[in-house]
Write a protein that binds this ligand. Structure first.
Ligand SMILES: [Zn+2]
Length: 466
């Protein structure tokens, strides 16, 4: 009998805000001097009052609506109590039984992943350990710059069935968050962290197996590998008569394995109770509808149009459909009359890798120049780079450099004859049936005239040889 993999995901995402969740401290940047973005509130000093950040609430509602969630009328914050040196208050303000949203869904590769809830909470600080292992003179420092930074927690039902699907879910979620402008969701900057919980069960069983939770995974690659490792570990355990222990595990990038961190806490361990310093929020229905109606097009709808209306291949859709700016550039360039497939080809091959966007008008013009045979693709690349740099139009740049593709038939015919005369052996080989001799002839032709129209030149060579 084979095993079925069951995965649920918790993803923590930092919404795009200028200040922290409950105080006016700036978010700051990775690498800022420690403890430079702190105040009485996020340091947890006695007598202070936290005030929820409206921009964070709005980003959370936006995300929830984009994930098709229901927004309850009432929501509140709760205290999650635990002691850890990076948590100055001795509790984290989170949401327990009345989260900001429930019951959503996200389509991933044609399958529906149910979203249990999206709620708001605050991040903790960071411990930095330093010292001398030999003399056991360890010192620990705490940096509270991140204490109180807003986080959205997005929780799925256990609907994911493989490591591939878990990675696809996380990627689709990132695309969505960026599209709606709720978060940059940059995993390298710690703005998005994934925590999959994983169990396995015999195929056909309805019961859930004992799960383990992997903490703080910060790349798609690590997420994929960690799940594969964990599934394999659990399978070997169960097949040799062992049992899986419910626990929290970490992922070691260096050793490419998961390791036990601590046995899983249960909700009662946290002694949740309503945050007494923040009144429950009454979410104004008109405000919610305003946020809903201002949502941009969802990436899945955009992808459908790229395939259906423009007939793009899946590989191009994967790149263009995942990035709102690229998608808008594509559609605007096509609207100038440039051929869609070739615009997509230029965006995927030349624009996306550089990350520097030309204007839609300039890209459209460039694609038309290349597609119409006025300049070669190599010249087009140069023109694109210069156009992005200077903002000048491709036509101006082409005129200034004197770029053109030689498509004049009589000119090319003379050239082709000269190539045949200069390469009698290759010409004879070709006529004798060695078709690959054509390559040598074309190579010489391109050397003599790099800007010749390759299609027309090879046609003329064939004609003269035949
Ligand atoms: Zn503060």
């Amino acid at each position: 009998m084979s095993w079925e993999v069951v995965i649920g995901m918790e993803v923590h995402v930092q919404p795009k805000t200028r200040s922290k969740m409950f105080c006016g401290c700036a978010i700051g940047e990775l690498g800022d001097a420690p403890n430079t973005h702190v105040c009485e509130v996020c340091l947890g000093l006695p007598g202070v009052l936290p005030v929820p950040n409206k921009a964070a609430v709005e980003a959370c509602l936006k995300t929830a609506l984009a994930l098709n969630c229901e927004i309850p009328q009432h929501t509140k914050f709760d205290r999650k109590n635990y002691m850890y040196p990076d948590l100055p208050k001795g509790y984290q303000i989170s949401q327990y039984d009345l989260p900001m949203s429930i019951n959503g869904s996200l389509e991933v590769g044609g399958r529906n992943v149910r979203i249990r809830r999206v709620h708001l909470e605050e991040d903790t600080g960071k411990l930095v350990h330093a010292g001398d292992k030999l003399h056991k003179a360890w010192e620990s420092y705490v940096d509270l710059n991140r204490a109180g930074v807003p986080l959205m927690e997005i929780v799925t039902e256990p609907d994911i069935r493989s490591a591939d699907e878990a990675r696809d879910y996380a990627m689709e979620l990132r695309t969505l968050l960026r599209s709606i402008g709720a978060s940059e969701a940059d995993m390298e900057k710690g703005q998005m962290r994934a925590e999959p919980n994983i169990s396995i069960r015999r195929e056909g069983s309805d019961e859930l197996g004992v799960k383990t939770e992997l903490k703080n995974i910060n790349s798609f690659r690590a997420l994929h590998r960690a799940i594969l490792y964990e599934v394999d570990r659990q399978q070997k355990l169960l097949e040799t008569g062992g049992t899986v222990v419910q626990e929290t595990r970490g992922w070691s990038e260096a050793e490419q394995r998961t390791f036990s961190q601590r046995s899983k806490e249960f909700a009662e361990d946290y002694r949740y109770f309503p945050e007494p310093d923040i009144p429950p929020l009454e979410l104004d229905r008109a405000w919610i509808e305003q946020i809903r109606s201002a949502l941009p097009e969802m990436p899945s709808v955009r992808r459908e149009r790229l395939v259906g209306l423009h007939g793009l291949p899946a590989s191009d859709v994967a790149v263009i459909g995942a990035d709102r700016e690229l998608a808008e550039l594509f559609e605007a360039a096509v609207a100038t009359g440039a051929p869609a497939r070739q615009v997509a080809n230029w965006i995927v091959g030349e624009v996306a890798p550089t990350g520097k966007l030309p204007s839609a008008a300039n890209l459209g013009e460039l694609v038309k120049l290349v597609a119409g045979g006025d300049i070669t693709r190599d010249q087009g690349r140069e023109v694109l780079a210069e156009s992005v740099e200077t903002g000048r139009t491709p036509a101006e740049i082409v005129a200034e450099h004197g770029f053109k593709q030689v498509s004049d038939e009589s000119e090319l015919r003379v050239l082709a004859q000269a190539v045949i005369d200069a390469n009698p052996k290759a010409a004879a080989d070709y006529r004798g049936g060695k078709k690959q001799a054509m390559q040598a002839l074309m190579q010489d032709l391109r050397k003599r005239a790099p800007h010749s129209n390759p299609k027309l030149a090879s046609e003329l060579l064939l004609k003269l040889l035949g």
